[in-house]
Design a binder for this molecule. Structure first.
Ligand SMILES: [Zn+2]
Length: 572
């Protein structure tokens, strides 16, 4: 590819719209441009990388025995009504009508379409197992699209669906996909963790997320270096020994007192003011749930996890109560709630169990209760694991130190069971001729997000540093003196010989100053640069520079191609 003939509109400035480094660099390296909120055009460099990632995904999916299909992006409402998700999915589902006033949506995922297809085409156990995948454009109408292609509304996704006769079969399909995903992200050159995860709106009984480790990641993950425990923060269990043990604390119950805490709202402010530790406080949070308003208590130094609380309460709805509701229930504005005297169900984290003489809000402005005790002053309706794992928590499996890191979710695999096959009537006849529901799994990879995550993990102050397997090009030739015939002819010769040897190569044939070429080269992040200047050419001493660590290899013109092939293979 010739630089002068393509479109790589690099930018010097950091674009104002960019919030994370991958977004900044994809804009600056001329890979993407925004069309509307969460909707991006992929320019040539963006397409080259995307195709590389898709290529790896295809190879590994095919190797795992999956078959590629291509399903429609536009889907009729009837199918979504059958599965119940026309109502359930909410505003993320982009709905519209055709000219006949029929309802349609732009597919955010394809469980309905594929299950419908399977229900019509599969009759017998002899046709199973089956795993079908596609790489296709989806649309989810995110309320707050951000971070460029990382959380866009329109995005490219690989989704796969497995169909099995029984539990053993679906376990095998799931494990095969798990292994395929590990190979895919390894081959993309990414550092990742597979973590136990929540099933969310897709449903199902069991799932893993594949998380690329990056500080900018939106999700917390907990993992152990001593054993293989790894879970999403919403899923990660609190080790029971640290859960408190319900009344072992034999401290004498002191008399309850009210303390004035003028202007003090946060745990930090109150504990400093009252000269106690944050863990001597108990936070009271008021939520609106399916079964009305409830209070949830966590220790002062702990953070409530709303997903865990939602699961614990078995409520489909959970919202932090608004000011008005809080005032109605507690008699005070938000920030002063306490458990004493509340006329609603009170639930608490295990960490609150066994606490004595603690401090809570007093349900009035600028006051806290001191020496509060469970049982004497108020009752707890139930204890649960409703908080986030914290730095000093231990691994729930082996008890060694737990690690907490941030990650970007690039893949998600689910064991769906028969949820969709029951809704949409996908059955097969078993060997005895009995009709049974097909057992399903579904498996997604965010292609664009994988590209962005790769940048989050591979960059420096000068730009992107592509891992070789997904680099848009493996080699960039930089002729420095475009007016010099010898420089240009040699560069062209090397360019042609590398193409003949099946190397992905781009030549910067632009009539630009060397400084401009070097800056762009580092920004777009091609792993190997061949630098051809008049001086080094005269000495037959051409430079090959690696983008990752700036290492320079010198070699003669004749030896360049062999050296490049060696370097490409070494990283591929
Ligand atoms: Zn462990």
């Amino acid at each position: 590819m010739r630089y002068s003939k393509t479109l790589i509109p690099t930018l010097k400035e950091i674009p104002a719209e960019a919030e994370v480094i991958s977004h900044t660099l994809m804009l600056r390296a001329g890979m993407i441009r925004k069309l509307a909120a969460g909707i991006y055009s992929l320019l040539p460099m963006g397409v080259y990388v995307t195709k590389k990632v898709e290529g790896i995904i295809r190879e590994e999916m095919n190797r795992a025995g999956a078959q590629e299909v291509l399903l429609p992006a536009v889907q009729p409402a009837e199918l979504w009504k059958e599965s119940g998700r026309w109502e359930e999915y909410g505003k993320e589902l982009l709905r519209f009508k055709d000219r006949h006033e029929r309802d349609f949506c732009f597919g955010p995922t394809h469980e309905e379409v594929i299950t419908d297809l399977i229900s019509k085409e599969i009759r017998s156990y002899r046709q199973l197992p089956l795993n079908l995948y596609q790489i296709q454009t989806k649309f989810r109408d995110e309320i707050r699209p951000r971070f460029g292609v990382m959380r866009g509304r329109e995005f490219i996704m690989k989704d796969a669906y497995s169909f099995d006769c029984d539990e053993k079969g679906v376990d095998e399909s799931y494990n095969r996909m798990y292994d395929a995903y590990c190979r895919i992200f390894e081959r993309c050159g990414l550092k990742f963790k597979a973590v136990e995860a929540e099933t969310g709106v897709i449903g199902g009984s069991f799932s893993h997320e594949f998380m690329v480790l990056a500080d900018s990641g939106e999700e917390g993950i907990v993992f152990c270096n001593s054993c293989d425990y790894a879970a999403n923060i919403d899923r990660a269990e609190i080790r029971t020994k640290e859960n408190g043990d319900g009344g072992e604390n034999k401290e004498e119950r002191k008399e309850i007192k009210k303390a004035s805490t003028p202007g003090m709202k946060t745990v930090e402010e109150v504990s400093k003011y009252l000269k106690v530790r944050p863990q001597d406080l108990v936070k009271t949070l008021i939520f609106e749930s399916e079964n009305g308003i409830i209070a949830a208590l966590v220790r002062g130094d702990h953070q409530i996890n709303e997903t865990k609380l939602k699961r614990f309460l078995d409520s489909n709805i959970l919202l932090l109560a608004g000011d008005e509701a809080v005032r109605e229930v507690t008699g005070a504005p938000s920030g002063f709630a306490g458990p004493i005297g509340l006329n609603i169900a009170i639930f608490a984290d295990h960490g609150v169990k066994g606490m004595q003489n603690f401090i809570t809000g007093a349900n009035e402005i600028d006051a806290h209760n001191i020496n509060v005790n469970i049982g004497r002053d108020f009752e707890i309706k139930g204890y649960g694991d409703i908080r986030n794992v914290k730095e000093d928590d231990k691994c729930p499996r082996c008890g060694k130190d737990a690690n907490i890191k941030r990650g970007i979710e690039v893949g998600h695999i689910f064991k769906l069971g028969t949820k969709y096959s029951q809704m949409l009537g996908a059955t097969y006849l078993d060997s005895k001729g009995e009709e049974r529901f097909i057992i399903m799994g579904c498996y997604g990879i965010g292609v664009g997000r994988t590209v962005a995550a790769a940048i989050e993990q591979n960059h420096d102050e000068n730009g992107i540093i592509w891992p070789m397997p997904i680099a848009p090009f493996q080699v960039l030739i930089l002729p420095l003196n475009t007016n010099d015939t010898m420089v240009m002819e040699t560069s062209e010769d090397i360019y042609t010989s590398l193409i003949d040897k099946k190397i992905d190569v781009v030549i910067d044939d632009r009539d630009e100053r060397p400084g401009v070429k070097f800056k762009d080269a580092d920004l777009i992040g091609i792993p190997l640069q061949i630098i051809i200047g008049l001086r080094n050419l005269k000495e037959d001493n051409i430079e090959i520079k690696t983008r990752r660590n700036g290492e320079i290899f010198k070699c003669s013109v004749d030896a360049v191609a062999d050296k490049i092939i060696k370097l490409v293979r070494q990283d591929a």
